[in-house]
Write a protein that binds this ligand. Structure first.
Ligand code: C2E
Ligand code: MG
Ligand code: MG
Length: 755
């Protein structure tokens, strides 16, 4: 609670009030006490001291009267003056002395009384003297003596009276001092009281001000729950709703409940949080609540001063749904709604962590890029969605718990927690292929899938390893046309490891100029002349020859064939230009061009610049392309062929007969030469089928007016047969193995001299 809360201020108020009361009462008591004292002192002064003063006054008068009466008696001889005046004055003085005796107990008073007694005796004696028969009988001397004595006695009273009035004056003085000091005390007290009252008044004023401003703040705060758009409930100690703001009422109405019923429900739900707050002595607890399909962010407070629970609710349903949607989107493929790569990764990590024995598979849509280029965007999506549906159904229909994920546009992943690896994979692939082959995707498309599998823990003990090996199996399956699927094996792993090492080494070799060009001479058998040579790349890695049949396809896959092919083309043109300069002006140098290299948009330009830079004539350059390049029948390819042809470059089809293309391209494309693949030549002298194929190719070429060259001629028998069949050119170990530049130069020189 804030310091200025009305509760605090009330306490402050009470304290001030009690203080004021205590101070007031104490001061009043003291004033009363001092007033009493003053009253006592003044009443003594008035009742006693002043009376004493007047008694003395009276006494003096009575003494004077006595003396005067006696003197008058003596002078007038009138006894009534004695009888009445003197006796009355003496009696009066006697009374006065008696009264004073109440006040004083002093020797001076006793002396006075004694004095009066003597006066009386003398006066009586005087009277007796005066009452003698005649005036002459009266002893006047005695009478005068007696009067003298009386006067003396009267005079004696003066110091006594003085002494006594001095005492009274002293008492009056003391009483005056006492009253004065009491009055001073009272003044001080009244001043203190006044000061205290002023201070307290100021304090009260301040507190009232604070109270008013706190009240103002409180009434403003009181508006907070009223105007708060979020529901607020207050619960009494036994969870009965004691307050519900308008938003809470609206919520109750929305949920079709009375506030009390809704409060009851909420009360049950917050029970555990209430326990928490109490047991852990927390100020509040924040939590989320699901209430009849709505999500609420809640804050529960225990207001100990008011002995009540306050529950603040914020409807976060929309946010929650958005979050759920985001989570769904984060873990599902947007089109197929299958679990995506992130979920896959999580499950895979879980499997590995829990040491689950499982099979991991990746399924890839074959020729996906072809599919993309053949169809509209929407249609492709449709195809992928339908493939996903087929895969999903097949996986569900299998008895095993097969988890399917859509991990990339063309990739699906499979996780099967089962130790039965090989047999299970065979069944799964067979079921999928059956369904995929039956289906027409997007109404018209046939699709093929590639499969790669690996079994954990044998093929990988961690996520990366198992994933990598499955992908290796997939890549291997995809690179082999007619493979059903591929299971990862140690052998496959080793092969891939070597490929990876070769890729790295190739990059370095290209930089450091480790590649070399060899030349395999080609012979015109009719003229027995070296007509040219095929350029073959050579590479030694760690003093071991690496076959181009191994690294060229790798370079092709990695894209490295482009810089490598460019280097080969340029170097071959430079060497050929040197041969031409050395006098071999008709020598044709055949350079192998990989499909990726040939179809690259810059290829023709590269050829032009290689020719230009080296100064080689186009007629001395032959480009060997494979049938695969022509298969696509791309306009760009046809254009390139025509441009090259028009430049005067020779075009040869390498490994002819191994492709699947139709032969019709032979008449459409400007081809100069067919290179009969060595697989037909190898056994043609012993295999009649190969012999027939070779003969057919030679006939075809001759009919089309295309030059024929047989590769891989190793035997004289083969040579003779080829000659007999009408093949004019040969290349092979029979004539010469591929030679390095120096040997090739020697070879050329020796053949020229032979020729
Ligand atoms: P290819 O273009 O068909 O090359 C002919 C292959 O046959 C060469 O193998 C050659 O050494 C071999 N050969 C030649 N005569 C005989 C023979 O009588 N008997 C046998 N058994 N083999 C013979 P190499 O050099 O290993 O090249 C293999 C393949 O690698 C080549 O086949 C070609 O496709 C590719 N290649 C080689 N060099 C290059 C190159 O510089 N660029 C490109 N793109 N590919 C190349
Ligand atoms: Mg070749
Ligand atoms: Mg060949």
């Amino acid at each position: 609670m804030s310091e200025k809360s009305p509760g605090n201020l009330l306490v402050k108020f009470n304290v001030i009030f009690i203080l004021f009361l205590v101070v007031g009462l104490s001061i009043s008591a003291l004033v009363y006490h001092f007033g009493n004292n003053i009253e006592r002192s003044t009443s003594q002064l008035i009742d006693e001291d002043l009376q004493v003063y007047s008694n003395f006054q009276q006494l003096r008068k009575q003494l004077t009267e006595q003396e005067s009466a006696l003197h008058a008696y003596y002078a007038s001889f009138n006894p009534s003056l004695f009888e009445y005046d003197f006796i009355a004055a003496h009696g009066g003085a006697q009374d006065t002395l008696d009264q004073l005796a109440h006040y004083f107990d002093h020797t001076a008073l006793s002396a006075l009384m004694n004095n009066q007694q003597i006066v009386m005796e003398i006066a009586t004696a005087l009277d007796a003297n005066m009452r003698l028969q005649t005036r002459s009988q009266t002893d006047w001397d005695l009478a005068r003596l007696q009067l003298q004595q009386v006067r003396q006695l009267m005079q004696d009273t003066h110091p006594l009276i003085e002494q006594l009035t001095g005492i009274v004056s002293q008492r009056v003085e003391q009483s005056k001092d006492r009253v004065g000091s009491q009055l001073n005390y009272m003044n001080v007290l009244v001043f203190i009281y006044g000061l205290t009252a002023l201070t307290i008044a100021l304090l009260i004023l301040r507190s009232v001000k604070a109270y008013l401003s706190a009240n103002k703040l409180n009434s403003r705060l009181a508006l907070f729950p009223q105007r708060n758009p979020n529901p607020i409930f207050s619960f009494s100690k036994n969870n009965i709703v004691s307050f519900a703001n308008p938003a809470a009422l609206r919520l109750a109405a929305k949920l079709d409940h009375s506030v009390e019923a809704l409060g009851l429900k909420l009360g049950q739900k917050i029970d555990s949080f209430q326990q928490n707050i109490k047991s852990e002595e927390k100020a509040f607890e924040r939590f989320e609540l699901l209430l009849e399909g709505l999500y609420f962010q809640c804050e529960l407070h225990w207001l100990s001063d008011q002995r009540q629970w306050d529950l603040h609710l914020t409807d976060v349903t929309a946010k929650k749904h958005a979050e759920q949607k985001m989570v769904f989107q984060a873990y599902h493929h947007p089109e197929t709604c299958l679990d995506n790569q992130y979920r896959f990764r999580e499950v895979l990590e879980q499997f590995v962590e829990q040491n689950t024995v499982f099979t991991h598979g990746i399924i890839e849509i074959r020729s996906y890029s072809q599919l993309l280029s053949d169809n509209t965007f929407n249609k492709n999506h449709q195809v992928v969605i339908e493939i996903a549906a087929v895969l999903d159904k097949v996986c569900h229909d299998m008895p095993e718990d097969i988890k399917l994920f859509h991990i990339g546009d063309k990739n699906f992943a499979i996780l099967i927690p089962s130790s039965e690896c090989a047999a299970l994979v065979k069944r799964l692939v067979s079921n999928i292929k059956q369904q995929i082959n039956l289906a027409q995707f997007s109404g018209q498309h046939q699709v093929e899938l590639d499969f790669g599998f690996a079994c954990s823990p044998h093929d990988g003990k961690d996520v990366e390893e198992i994933n990598r090996n499955t992908r290796i199996a997939l890549d291997s399956s995809a690179s082999q046309e007619h493979t059903e699927y591929m299971m990862f094996s140690d052998h496959l792993g080793e092969a891939i490891a070597r490929q990876n090492a070769l890729q790295v080494a190739m990059r370095l070799a290209l930089k450091s100029g480790d590649f070399e060009l060899y030349f395999q001479p080609q012979l015109d058998v009719t003229k027995n002349r070296v007509i040219g040579a095929e350029v073959l790349i050579r590479w030694q890695l760690n003093e071991q020859w690496v076959s181009p049949a191994e690294f060229i396809p790798l370079a092709e896959r990695s894209g490295m064939i482009l810089p490598l092919g460019d280097w080969i083309l340029k170097t071959a043109c430079e060497k050929a230009a040197q041969f031409a300069k050395s006098g071999y002006e008709d020598l044709v140098i055949a350079v192998n061009i990989s499909p990726k290299q040939f179809t690259h948009p810059n290829f023709v330009e590269n050829v032009k610049s290689a020719l230009f830079d080296s100064g080689l004539k186009a007629k001395n350059l032959e480009l060997e392309i494979t049938e695969g390049v022509l298969f696509n029948n791309e306009n760009a390819t046809i254009n390139s062929l025509h441009i090259l042809k028009s430049m005067g470059v020779q075009l040869a089809i390498d490994d002819f007969g191994t492709g699947f293309s139709s032969l019709s391209y032979l008449k459409d494309f400007p081809i100069d030469k067919l290179k009969i693949d060595q697989s037909f030549v190898r056994n043609m002298h012993v295999d009649s089928a190969d012999q027939s194929i070779v003969r057919t190719i030679i006939d075809l070429g001759n009919n089309l007016g295309v030059t024929l060259i047989a590769e891989g001629v190793e035997e004289l028998e083969q040579l003779n047969m080829l000659k007999e069949m009408g093949c004019k050119e040969i290349q092979g170990y029979w004539f010469s193995k591929p030679l390095d530049e120096a040997y090739f130069n020697d070879f050329l020189a020796s053949k020229q001299s032979v020729a």
